[in-house]
Design a protein around this ligand. Structure first.
Ligand code: NDP
Length: 337
């Protein structure tokens, strides 16, 4: 059983050498009387929140990884043995699993059974999984969008951002995204239908870039990066604007968060800035699937994935999120069916 191990807790930017890929023996059946399941992992999801699990933080909303053991994260898997009444051999599931070829999962209740297989299975790590629900809940529930509003999204070509932009276009909003390369900017404009996009690394002055794209201001800022971008956006929000705070990836590897100076704009513009965690919205998952599956099937929504081949490439794929190496949703292919 090939496994990805975190060697020790990490300060600063994570490196490939913080991980080890090793092989161990595995038991492929469930013990008598146990309600566990054994799964064969097919796809693993690389998600930015996993960075917080590489620190020994207590009191976080997710527990830290255990150094020396395989890390865990969302994935798509096939059940190969089950002691649980809800799951049988052969079922496809997505949810929390191990970064290894086979996993013994002791809390199968947390897994979602995959019912629709006419779409790529890897989508259950992205548009049909946690990031999809994040985009949906963050935009519709937290952002409270109205037709025709002005929407700005950072990390816009990523797993979550590309969907928020497309949901906003379906709501007839004017949509602008920022991303970290020309290739990503082209994707935003040509594939996902954003009205405008810019490479934040090429802009000397983010405030100017935002004023160029939004001469009349922003109604909704879908916040994925924090730091300097947030500070510049605050100066460009319209009256009664909303900022769903999804993530702040620019801060995850810093020992001290970078100062944001323009928070007073929350008052002058009566902005509602609200953090959210997707886990609170899991009960909405079936409703989200009902909305998004037809859009995928009809080609009304596009999803770009970046698939790394093989568990041995998983550490590189995961840490690549923090330098923008990924183009679209970062997935690791562990095994074809
Ligand atoms: P992405 O697929 O967007 O990958 C991360 C991207 O972030 C990179 O490709 C890179 O794109 C960008 N990035 C990395 N470092 C920086 C930096 N220093 N400054 C600016 N941009 C940077 O990830 P997801 O779509 O999965 O996640 C997006 C955000 O949503 C994250 O902040 C994540 O933590 C958050 N999230 C929150 C959830 C919640 O429940 N609240 C659930 C899921 C995700 P680029 O090349 O454009 O810089």
């Amino acid at each position: 059983n090939k496994q990805v191990i975190l060697r020790d807790y990490v300060n600063g930017f994570p490196k490939e050498s913080d991980f080890e890929v090793r092989t161990s023996k595995v038991r492929l059946n469930v013990a008598e009387g146990s309600k566990s399941v054994v799964v064969k992992n097919l796809y693993l999801s690389c998600d930015p929140y996993m960075r917080s699990r590489m620190r020994n933080l207590t009191g976080s909303y997710v527990p830290p990884f255990t150094p020396g053991s395989p890390i865990t994260g969302n994935g798509v898997a096939r059940v190969i043995d089950s002691g649980h009444p809800n799951f049988k051999k052969g079922d496809l599931v997505w949810g929390l699993t191990g970064w290894e070829e086979y996993s013994l999962l002791t809390e199968p209740e947390t897994l979602f059974k995959i019912q629709h297989t006419d779409v790529p299975l890897s989508y259950y790590t992205g548009i049909l999984g946690m990031p999809g629900l994040t985009a949906y809940a963050g935009f519709y529930e937290v952002g409270s969008p109205k037709e025709g509003e002005y929407v700005f999204i950072s990390a816009a070509s990523g797993a979550v951002g590309q969907l928020v932009g497309q949901f906003a276009k379906l709501k007839n909003c004017y949509v602008v995204g920022s991303a970290g390369s020309k290739e990503k900017v082209d994707l935003l404009k040509n594939k996902f239908g954003f009205d405008e996009a810019f490479n934040y690394k090429d802009e000397q002055d983010l405030d100017k870039a935002l004023k160029r794209c939004f001469p009349d201001g922003i109604d909704i800022y879908f916040e994925n990066v924090g730091g300097k971008m947030l500070d510049a956006v605050l100066l460009n929000m319209k009256l009664h604007g909303r900022i769903p705070v999804c993530g702040m990836i620019s801060q995850y590897n810093l020992e001290e968060t970078e100062g944001v100076h323009n928070l007073f704009c929350l008052i002058t513009q009566r902005i509602r800035m609200e953090g959210f965690l997707v886990f609170d919205y899991y009960p909405m998952y079936p409703k989200y699937l009902d909305m998004v599956l037809p859009l995928i099937r009809e080609g009304k929504i596009k999803y770009v994935e970046d698939i790394a081949d093989g568990l041995e490439n998983a550490p590189k794929a995961l840490i690549g999120l923090f330098s923008g190496r990924n183009i679209g949703k970062q997935v690791v292919l562990v095994a074809r069916e």
